[in-house]
Design a protein around this ligand. Structure first.
Ligand SMILES: [Fe+2]
Length: 298
C-alpha cells in the first residue's frame, strides 16, 4: 500500500498519539549478564519496560533470552542497529523481513534509532556510525527514509539524535531536528549525552546548552547515560558512556527541560555494561526525580 505524504503523516500522527506512557525503563543487553536487568523487574527499584538493542540477525538470541518476558507481555522498546536512516536508500528485503520478524515476535511499543549511516557497503559501522551532514539535503533524505521505513516496518518509528564527534553542518542539530519535525511530525528520542557531546565537539557551550529551535514537544523518549571525558593537553573529547553513572550534566539538563516535553512517554537509562550497583543507583535517582512526572499521566 502506497500512501501519499499527507495521508502518511495522518497515519503516523494517529500512531504517535496511541503510543502509551511507559515511565522509567532500562536499556540492557537481553542476556542480562551486566547489568542483570532482571533484578529490577517485579522488585524495587522497578523498571516498567526494557529497551533492547538488536541487530536484525539476532532473532534467535532475543528469543533465547527474553521469551519469558514476551510471553508475559512485559513492555518492550526496540532499538534496531542497522538502518541507514540518514540516506534515502532502500534497505535489503531480507533486512526488512528480519526486522519485521523481531517486531512481530516482541511486539515493541515502538522502535527508535539514531539518524546516521550504520552500514557502509557490507561493512557494519556500529558505534562508529557516521552522523548526517546537517543541511537541507539530509533533511529531505531523512524524511523520505522515514516515510519508506514507516511503510515497510510494522511499528511506530522514532528518530534519535546521534552521537557526533565531528560535524559538517549548515545548521545546528537543534534546527536540523526542528525542520524534520516540521516536515513529518515524527516522534523523537532525545539522547542527552549525545546532545552534550555534539555541543562540545562543535565548540558550543556544552554545560549550558543553547536549546533554540529544538522541538521538545515531539520528544517521546529520553536517553540518559554517563559521559566519558578524555582530556589530552588542552583538548577534550566527551562521549556517551553507558557503563558509567549518569552524569550530572545529563540529570541537570533533563530536570531543567522536562516540562517542555509535553508528549514524553518514557525515560530510558542506557545501562549496557553497567554494574548492578551503578544501575541500581541510577534507577533509584531517576525514579526519585521523575516518577512523579509520569504519575500525572496515570
Ligand atoms: Fe541513545
Amino acid at each position: 500500500m502506497i500512501l501519499n505524504l499527507s495521508a502518511l503523516i495522518k497515519k503516523l500522527n494517529m500512531k504517535l498519539s496511541e503510543i502509551p506512557v511507559l515511565g522509567i525503563g532500562m536499556a540492557s543487553d537481553v542476556s542480562a549478564v551486566q547489568p542483570d536487568f532482571r533484578k529490577f523487574i517485579d522488585q524495587e527499584p522497578e523498571i516498567s519496560y526494557l529497551n533492547f538493542g538488536a541487530h536484525y540477525s539476532q532473532f534467535e538470541r532475543i528469543k533465547y533470552y527474553i521469551q519469558d518476558l514476551i510471553d508475559r507481555g512485559f513492555p518492550l522498546v526496540f532499538h534496531p542497529i542497522n538502518f541507514n536512516i540518514s540516506i534515502n536508500s532502500k534497505e535489503d528485503q531480507y533486512v526488512l523481513d528480519a526486522i519485521n520478524r523481531i517486531v512481530e515476535y516482541t511486539k515493541p511499543k515502538w522502535m527508535g534509532q539514531d539518524i546516521g549511516i550504520w552500514v557502509y557497503g557490507k561493512q557494519y559501522l556500529g558505534s562508529y556510525l557516521i552522523p548526517p551532514i546537517l543541511d537541507m539535503i539530509s533533511i529531505n533524505e531523512v524524511c523520505k527514509k522515514y516515510k519508506y521505513l514507516s511503510q515497510n516496518v510494522n511499528c511506530p518509528i522514532l528518530l534519535e539524535n546521534p552521537p557526533v564527534y565531528f560535524s559538517v553542518e549548515k545548521m545546528s542539530m537543534n534546527t536540523f531536528f526542528r525542520k524534520i519535525v516540521d516536515k513529518i511530525n515524527c516522534g523523537i528520542i532525545l539522547d542527552i549525552g549525545h546532545l552534550i557531546g555534539y555541543n562540545q565537539a562543535t565548540g558550543r557551550d556544552y554545560k549550558n546548552i543553547d536549546i533554540t529551535d529544538f522541538p521538545f514537544e515531539n520528544v517521546i523518549e529520553i536517553h540518559l547515560a554517563g559521559l566519558q571525558y578524555s582530556q589530552i593537553g588542552e583538548d577534550l573529547n566527551i562521549i556517551d558512556q553507558h557503563a558509567y553513572p549518569i552524569d550530572d550534566l545529563c540529570w541537570d539538563f533533563l530536570e531543567m527541560h522536562i516540562h517542555k516535553m509535553t508528549n514524553l512517554k518514557a525515560i530510558t537509562l542506557e545501562q549496557e555494561f553497567c554494574s548492578n550497583e551503578v544501575a541500581f543507583n541510577n534507577l533509584e535517582k531517576a525514579k526519585f526525580l521523575f516518577k512523579p512526572y509520569f504519575l500525572n499521566y496515570a
